[in-house]
Design a protein around this ligand. Structure first.
Ligand SMILES: NC(=O)c1ccc[n+]([C@@H]2O[C@H](COP(=O)([O-])OP(=O)(O)OC[C@H]3O[C@@H](n4cnc5c(N)ncnc54)[C@H](OP(=O)(O)O)[C@@H]3O)[C@@H](O)[C@H]2O)c1
Length: 324
């Protein structure tokens, strides 16, 4: 496993992280969840990502159980706040009240006294940014949170947060967590250039487009048994956007390129994400330990740029053919 700094902070993270959205507390049973965490630790993953909202808070509980007994200093724990965790008006968003209450609950579920990276899961248009940043800063001063990040914020929102932090003397955001994969390159236009200038690292999610970029979904065929596309508890809905025959057949065309690189399609797709120097870590999901063991081979791999350009050209054609 290779390691990178989280943005320009001093925190070191494994360049492949393990996340438990849709899996722990939902798609997979606890023993499979624990086996995935164990596999992640065994292959050198030290960075784990979850959120208060995943599986209606059960995902944090499962991850807390799975990491119980592991030396706390040996791994980095990331979680998030924003989406509703209860029925109340204040059970959501980035108000001071919800940030402090949600952090307290996350610490309890995760069985720890500190979170290494606490992330605003989205931007809250209804709360003044100063209030949000001061609440995060208070958690840092209290030692409950080590670093602050955001998720899917625009370049302008990140720039505002950095400016306010500078003016008010608050801790700066060190990371952003966007979707980024060969099928979804939105951050390249504005978020990455700003982040590079400001020392903000990308903690990217769905680097395999939820499994599409493994090539296991075949055009014109039903999805493989047990895959996310068959998970009626939520996964099937989230992955459906990528399940057009047009996208799936182009993804199949990437396989010979992965063969030329001497990689599986999954590991080539992850290596593509990691070639971006602004990426601090790529968070993989896994429903079984074998996936973790396969995917980790992407760490440290160098792929010929020409192969990546060929892959990008194929994907660009597929995306151009998608309805707007
Ligand atoms: N900030 C946000 O808003 C946000 C949003 C989404 C995700 N995230 C974070 O990012 C993490 C990863 O997201 P993701 O799960 O969508 O990532 P992903 O790595 O793109 O997809 C993971 C899924 O693909 C399948 N898969 C993975 N490796 C495979 C392999 N080698 N062979 C075959 N199938 C394989 C598995 O699903 P099946 O086995 O079920 O098919 C696995 O659960 C989440 O856990 C979460 O921490 C954050």
């Amino acid at each position: 496993m290779d390691f990178r700094h989280l943005g320009k902070s001093g925190l070191i993270v494994s360049e492949i992280a393990y996340g438990n959205w849709l899996t722990h507390g939902s798609q997979v049973e606890a023993d499979a969840a624990h086996a995935c965490v164990k596999a992640a630790l065994d292959v050198g993953i030290t960075t784990f990502d979850t959120a208060d909202v995943y599986a209606q808070t059960r995902a944090e509980t499962v991850l807390g159980e799975a990491l119980d007994g592991v030396r706390r200093e040996s791994y980095e724990l990331f979680t998030k706040v924003f989406w509703p965790t209860g029925p109340g008006r204040n059970d959501r968003g980035l108000s001071r009240k919800h940030i402090i209450e949600s952090c307290t609950a996350s610490l309890r579920r995760l069985r720890t006294d500190h979170i290494d990276l606490y992330q605003a899961h989205r931007y809250d248009v209804e709360t003044p940014l100063e209030e949000t940043l001061r609440a995060f800063d208070d958690l840092v001063r209290q030692g409950k949170v080590m670093y602050i990040g955001v998720s899917e914020w625009t370049a302008a929102q990140i720039a505002d947060a950095l400016r306010i932090a500078g003016e008010m003397g608050f801790d700066r955001i060190v990371s952003n967590q966007p979707q980024y994969n060969m099928l979804w390159r939105v951050i390249e236009a504005e978020v990455v250039p700003l982040s590079e200038r400001e020392g903000v690292g990308q903690v990217v999610f769905s680097p395999l487009a939820q499994g599409i970029l493994t090539g296991k979904y075949q055009p014109g065929q039903p999805p493989p048994a047990g895959s996310r596309a068959t998970d009626e508890k939520g996964g099937a809905n989230f992955i459906s956007r990528w399940l057009s025959d047009d996208v799936l057949s182009r993804v199949q065309q990437l396989k010979p390129i992965a063969d030329d690189a001497g990689l599986s399609l999954a590991t080539m797709s992850l290596a593509w994400v990691l070639q971006n120097p602004n990426v601090s870590t790529a968070i993989i999901g896994a429903s079984r330990p074998e996936q973790v063991r396969e995917n980790v081979h992407a760490s440290g791999v160098v792929v010929d740029t020409q192969l990546f350009l060929k892959a990008e050209a194929i994907i660009d054609e597929a995306l151009a053919a998608q309805p707007a």
